[in-house]
Design a protein around this ligand. Structure first.
Ligand SMILES: [Zn+2]
Length: 93
């Protein structure tokens, strides 16, 4: 059974997920795969977390946000935050 390394940003670590070849095939076509319902302490309800793949950072977990039910790679998001912060710092100088 293929095992893939997935970045779990809630746990801040990589986890290993096993998918059968058939599950992997379906995941590649759909682009996402339901992982688990999860609830953070400050959330009012549990959210469905999905497995997805970033072309730059590999597999990750996220829950759909916004009207388009978009999944975002947390590492890409962090890079954007970092970029915006650097821009702000430069503008101040
Ligand atoms: Zn990414």
């Amino acid at each position: 059974m293929p095992r893939i390394a997935v970045y779990d940003y809630l746990a801040h670590r990589e986890i290993t997920v096993s998918l059968s070849r058939w599950q992997m095939f379906k995941f590649k076509i759909a682009g996402r795969r339901f992982f688990a319902m999860r609830k953070e302490e400050d959330w009012s309800a549990a959210m469905p977390f999905y497995l997805a793949k970033c072309i730059r950072h590999g597999y990750y977990l996220d829950y759909p946000k916004g009207g388009k039910e978009r999944l975002t790679c947390h590492k890409c998001f962090q890079e954007e935050v970092e970029k915006a912060r650097n821009k702000r710092l430069k503008a101040k100088k």
